[in-house]
Design a protein around this ligand. Structure first.
Ligand SMILES: *Cc1c(COP(=O)(O)O)cnc(C)c1O
Ligand code: SF4
Length: 356
């Protein structure tokens, strides 16, 4: 390593080759992928990669793969149907009590399985002041909006000043009670989750939630945990988001370690997402039956505190649904068969009062 130089963010196939994270022979095929999808890998995550292991679960998430250019006919540019539910630019209103705002299209890292991969990337910019003002008008005009989800891209890549502006503008709307920020920054660039950023997220009288995206237990380093601690110290509630990914976390041990690591970092496991039908992601997908089997293993072995919900975002904008596994089969009116964590079935009968 050259003396005194800080490691920098890797953003091209050449960078990956120079960092020893890709074979020079692969340069051409990586460049073909890079022409289509952005590359981004921060020093914090690059440092976790064990060089020379092509199956490394961190490397797999960020080093391009030629299979990204293979498109399954069912895959869509807008896999969860955001566009149809977007009344003003950058805002998605799918559920009555909450809206989502895409504040910025850039991320600190570019995950190869990203469900918004057709939209995110450097140069895609952030929501203009006029578009943000229009989103605020829309929220003001809809008194049923209780929660605003700020996402992108990664909205924590914005400066503390920009974050505080968004926070304060939203907090000024009386009926908005909860601000939820979706981010990978505590893991991707923990040093950037400064006290100033943590403070910028908070607003008097409102609840701030930060949904932290991580997929492998190794991502929750000491620095990442420290970043989470900065957020909780200022008063944020932390929840997790992970994607079930083939070759990264599709085994019970890894998922158990990941969920425990979240709780140890004061992050409540929230969602384990089934992979969306984003273009060029067939090589990432795990069958739902396998996902359910993994969830059964988690339920049998993990504290309820550490157990996430397994979710599918139904293609076409129909919303998210928990996809099991099922623990109960409802028979007739009152007779049910319920499965215990060891897989043994029991009959449970509703016992109700005479007047029901
Ligand atoms: C995922 C999503 C939400 C949040 O859903 P929760 O189940 O509350 O986490 C809200 N709006 C849109 C458009 C979404 O895609
Ligand atoms: S951080 Fe989120 S939005 Fe950004 S590339 Fe990864 S999955 Fe996509």
């Amino acid at each position: 390593m050259t003396s005194g130089l800080q490691p920098r963010r890797l953003t091209s196939p050449q960078d990956l080759v120079e960092a020893g994270l890709a074979e020079p022979e692969r340069l051409r095929e990586l460049e073909a992928v890079a022409r289509r999808y952005a590359i981004g890998l921060t020093p914090a995550l690059a440092a976790l990669i064990r060089p020379g292991d092509p199956a490394d679960p961190i490397a797999r998430q960020f080093v391009p793969d030629p299979r990204e250019l293979i498109r399954d006919p069912a895959e869509r540019d807008d896999p969860i149907g955001d566009d149809a539910m977007s009344p003003v630019k950058g805002l998605v209103h799918r559920y009555p009590d909450r809206v989502l705002i895409k504040l910025v299209a850039v991320c600190a890292v570019y995950c190869r399985f990203c469900f918004r991969r057709e939209q995110v990337g450097p140069g895609s910019g952030s929501l203009s002041a006029a578009d943000f003002a229009a989103a605020l008008d829309y929220i003001r005009a809809h008194a049923g909006i209780w929660e605003v989800i700020l996402t992108g891209g990664d909205p924590l890549t914005l400066s503390p000043r920009r974050i505080a502006e968004a926070t304060q503008a939203l907090a000024a709307i009386d009926h908005v009670k909860v601000l939820r920020w979706h981010t990978r920054l505590p893991v991707a660039a923990p040093e950037r989750v400064s006290k100033a950023v943590a403070r910028a997220l908070m607003a008097e009288g409102k609840t701030t939630v930060v949904a932290v995206h991580a997929n492998h237990p190794r991502e929750l380093t000491e620095s990442a945990r420290f970043a989470c601690r900065r957020l909780t110290a200022e008063g944020a509630m932390l929840v997790s988001q992970s994607v079930l990914l083939k070759g990264v976390n599709d085994d019970p041990e890894t998922l158990i370690d990941l969920m425990r690591a979240f709780v140890e970092a004061r992050v409540k496991p929230y969602y384990l997402h089934h992979g969306d039908l984003a273009p060029g992601t067939t090589h990432w997908r795990v069958p739902i039956a396998r996902g359910q089997e993994l969830m059964r293993a988690l339920r049998a072995r993990l504290s309820g505190l550490a157990t996430p919900t397994y979710m599918l975002d139904i293609p076409g904008g129909h919303g998210k649904a928990p996809i099991g596994p099922q623990w109960i089969q409802c028979g007739g009116d009152r007779e049910h068969v319920v499965t215990d964590p060891q897989g043994i079935q029991h009959v449970y009968t509703d016992r109700l009062g005479a007047d029901s």
